[in-house]
Design a binder for this molecule. Structure first.
Ligand SMILES: C[S@@+](CC[C@H](N)C(=O)[O-])C[C@H]1O[C@@H](n2cnc3c(N)ncnc32)[C@H](O)[C@@H]1O
Length: 246
């Protein structure tokens, strides 16, 4: 688990925030040469924050808002796309034990960590390795699809293909619930988000900060697309979205 620790520890005082963000950059200035473990840490960076006792952007609380928004019902089949180490999938299962939760991720190493965490918690969650854009499930086989902090890892083309695929996996009337970086509310949020962009790349994160996620959802055929919540964090604006499959 040490390989999945974020590159800086929790910091509390506001006066230390700038200092800690600056300290982030040297860690990643050599990213092309990251070891395999560091690469996992990069791709799972924000998911890994949830492993800490404290985290500066309260990702767990944001995930709780996503779980509350989903309003799972017993008997529902729900897919967590880009499930990482399984934190959100477990929260969904704990919120509604009689729902079937399936986790999908492209990275077998994080799925192995998820499997261990789920087993320790005493729940059953099917884990599947695969790309979100090619999610290997039958059409219309899910009541809900959730995703947390995954879309900002995808290029525009990958976002489009993923959203189109997810729409086909939902039954008519099924719901998509997404938590991710959203449109910057102001100049401070736009500046704060530069840390995430340096970390995860401009090619995948720019759609998010420009507020393109709901537009891409509508273009993929989702209806009733809404940003249901947004809040400012030290890394930029986090948003929740909800969309319906026609
Ligand atoms: C920042 S982590 C978020 C993990 C988890 N959803 C959470 O919120 O804690 C992003 C996850 O998305 C996965 N991922 C990124 N692109 C993916 C893709 N195209 N298909 C499937 N999984 C992907 C990564 O392997 C990683 O586990």
């Amino acid at each position: 688990m040490s390989a999945l620790k974020p590159p800086f520890p929790y910091f509390g005082g506001k006066q230390r925030i700038a200092e800690k963000i600056v300290a982030l950059f040297p860690e990643h200035s050599h990213m092309p040469h990251l070891s395999e473990h560091r690469e996992i840490a990069r791709s799972s960076y924000l998911g890994a924050l949830t492993e800490q006792d404290h985290n500066p952007i309260e990702i767990d609380r944001f995930k709780s808002l996503l779980v509350a928004q989903a309003k799972l019902q017993p008997g529902y089949r729900v897919l967590d796309v880009g499930c990482g180490t399984g934190t959100l999938a477990l929260m969904l299962k704990q919120a509604c034990p009689d729902a079937e939760v399936v986790g999908l991720d492209g990275d077998q190493k994080v799925l192995d960590l998820a499997a261990a965490k789920i087993e320790k918690a005493g729940f059953q969650i099917q884990l599947q390795r695969g790309l979100a854009s090619e999610a290997p499930f039958e059409a219309a086989s899910f009541d809900q699809i959730v995703s947390s902090l995954v879309f900002h890892h995808l290029t525009t083309d990958e976002k489009q293909r993923t959203l189109t695929r997810l729409r086909t996996l939902l039954r008519s009337g099924g719901e998509l619930h997404v938590a991710d970086w959203g449109k910057a509310q102001n100049a401070a949020m736009r500046t704060a988000f530069l840390a995430i962009q340096l970390l995860d790349g401009f090619a995948t994160t720019t759609d998010n900060v420009r507020g393109m996620l709901p537009i891409l959802m509508a273009e993929a055929g989702f209806q009733d697309v809404h940003e249901t919540h947004r809040e400012m964090t030290i890394f930029g604006t986090l948003s929740l979205y909800r969309a319906l499959a026609p």
